[in-house]
Design a protein around this ligand. Structure first.
Ligand code: GDP
Ligand code: MG
Length: 465
């Protein structure tokens, strides 16, 4: 039986792959991404289902259809109505761990006495200004036929930075952040250069002035952010701190060399982080390039590309000649679309330090990736054990900018000291708070290093006994 790719079927049904995957999930069919293969049978059922849906508005055609295809009639109408039902789902009401009865009543648009009556029915006796637990509130709301969802509690890190979870309605699409990985000399640097060049209009050519450790390109009106930090470092140092910054890993493999030790390392990093891989099969211009061998080797190392029945996209490129780069960029956007990357631009910024150094004339300089919120000149920030106030921000094109939204890499000036790559940063409401947080962090670091020395000397002591 032949198979149909999710994106192919989506195209046939006139919807995006993302939409189709959601529809499939509603039918309890789980697929990983747009490249996933579906049985032809499943594809047929879906086609019927959506034809039926379209025809629902047209009684006549529907009747005709019914007589034509008796066998699947029941199934499709049931499935179709199931889908309709889900689509008309109302938005869930957010209920916290505990909630005051009065507040709960307001929230669900019922009177306090209605709630109290329900409470009594559940054997719970509470007055208007008493608290009830989530479970109780949820069961009452469900009783009224409402959808509920538990509100995540505000998390406050031990140093007083509030990480308030974003409400779904505040989230906006954000660009993907990409790392390039692969064996030495397979062409990581050349590929990044080639990518940057595709995006330089002739007027700007030669105008890439600043190197800030990250770069952005625009493809079909959409931004893609590339981190210059070798992917391996980004993954090891940053992940050691629990930071996850990349959405997609580009695995560069030289077509004339194949899978090498650092290729394998890169594969395992990406897999451990759950980051999808796109293979850039580089140096295809070389006479001794052997793409088939590389694909074979990749499959032996757990990376199954499309041609081999897997999900991983493989794009042949020549970084040297600039071939295949547009295709690679398009594939990045395709995979990113599937990830539904989102962030909330309307709050104080947070993100990760990508690199940092002490500049003789400018003082401490750090390139940071804003991952959520918007960073503005004048903001007070905390980055690891360092604080400061943003004096200036420079983007990858070397331009001074006043604000940087989600998925923007910028170089910042104004820190008190040099933070470490991989440190988290947060913009905070005021300087004073930034200083307090950093003092607490520094005290903790001192304490930890004292403990470490104390431990070592005790061990040393015992060694000598
Ligand atoms: P990296 O160590 O992975 O960053 O690799 P580089 O980008 O420094 O490339 C290593 C060498 O391979 C350089 O001499 C490049 O000119 C060469 N190279 C990179 N990409 C290509 C390509 O597509 N074709 C050919 N023929 N050579 C390439
Ligand atoms: Mg390099």
């Amino acid at each position: 039986m032949s198979k149909v790719r999710v994106y192919q079927l989506a195209k046939e049904l006139g919807m995006s792959s993302k939409e189709l995957i959601n529809k499939l999930a509603e039918l309890d069919i789980t697929v990983t991404n747009h490249m996933s293969a579906l049985e032809e049978e499943t594809a047929d059922i879906l086609k019927e289902l959506y034809e039926v849906k379209r025809e629902d508005t047209n009684e006549k055609t529907e009747n005709k259809k019914k007589t034509n295809k008796k066998g699947s009639k029941n199934k499709k109408t049931k499935e179709a109505s199931k889908i309709e039902e889900k689509e008309h789902d109302q938005e869930a009401i957010m209920i916290p761990e505990t909630i005051v009865v009065q507040e709960f009543a307001n929230k669900i648009g019922k009177s306090v006495s209605e709630i109290i009556t329900k409470l009594i029915g559940l054997g719970v006796f509470a007055s208007a200004n008493q608290n009830i637990d989530y479970d109780v509130a949820a069961s009452i709301a469900l009783d009224f036929g409402m959808a509920v969802q538990k509100e995540e509690e505000k998390e406050e890190d031990e140093f007083g930075i509030e990480e308030i979870p974003d409400r779904p309605e505040d989230l906006k699409e954000r660009p993907p952040v990409i790392t390039v990985m692969g064996h030495v000399d397979h062409g990581k640097t050349s590929l990044l250069d080639a990518i940057r060049n595709t995006n330089v209009t002739s007027r700007e050519a030669g105008g890439i002035t600043q190197h800030i450790g990250a770069s952005e390109v625009e493809v079909n009106g959409k931004r893609i952010v590339f981190l210059d930090t070798p992917g391996h470092e980004a993954f090891t140092s940053m992940r050691a701190r629990g930071a996850s910054i990349t959405d997609i890993a580009i695995l560069v493999v030289a077509a004339d060399d194949g899978v090498m030790p650092q290729t394998k390392e890169a594969i395992s990093h990406a897999k451990a982080a759950g980051v999808p891989i796109i293979v850039a099969l580089n140096k295809i211009d070389r006479p001794n390039a052997n793409p088939d061998r590389v694909k074979q080797e990749l499959s032996e190392n757990g990376v199954l590309i499309e041609e081999w029945g897997g999900d991983t996209i493989c794009v042949p490129v020549s970084a040297l000649k600039g071939e295949g780069i547009d295709n690679l960029l398009e594939m990045i956007l395709l995979v990113a679309e599937m990830q539904e990357l989102k962030a909330n631009p309307n709050k104080l910024a947070s993100g990760t330090v990508i690199e940092a150094k002490l500049d003789k004339s400018r003082g401490p300089v750090a390139t940071i990736l804003v991952q959520n919120g918007t960073l503005k000149v004048g903001d007070s920030i905390v980055a690891g054990a360092v604080y400061g106030r943003i004096r200036a921000m420079v983007n990858d094109k070397g331009n001074n900018i006043k604000k940087a939204g989600p998925a923007t890499a910028v170089e910042i000036l104004g820190l008190s000291d040099v933070p470490e790559a991989g440190d988290r940063f947060n913009a905070v409401k005021e300087d004073k708070l930034a200083r307090q947080i950093v003092e607490k962090r520094r005290a903790k670091i001192r304490e930890e290093s004292l403990n470490a020395t104390a431990k070592v000397s005790l061990e040393d002591l015992f060694k000598h006994i």
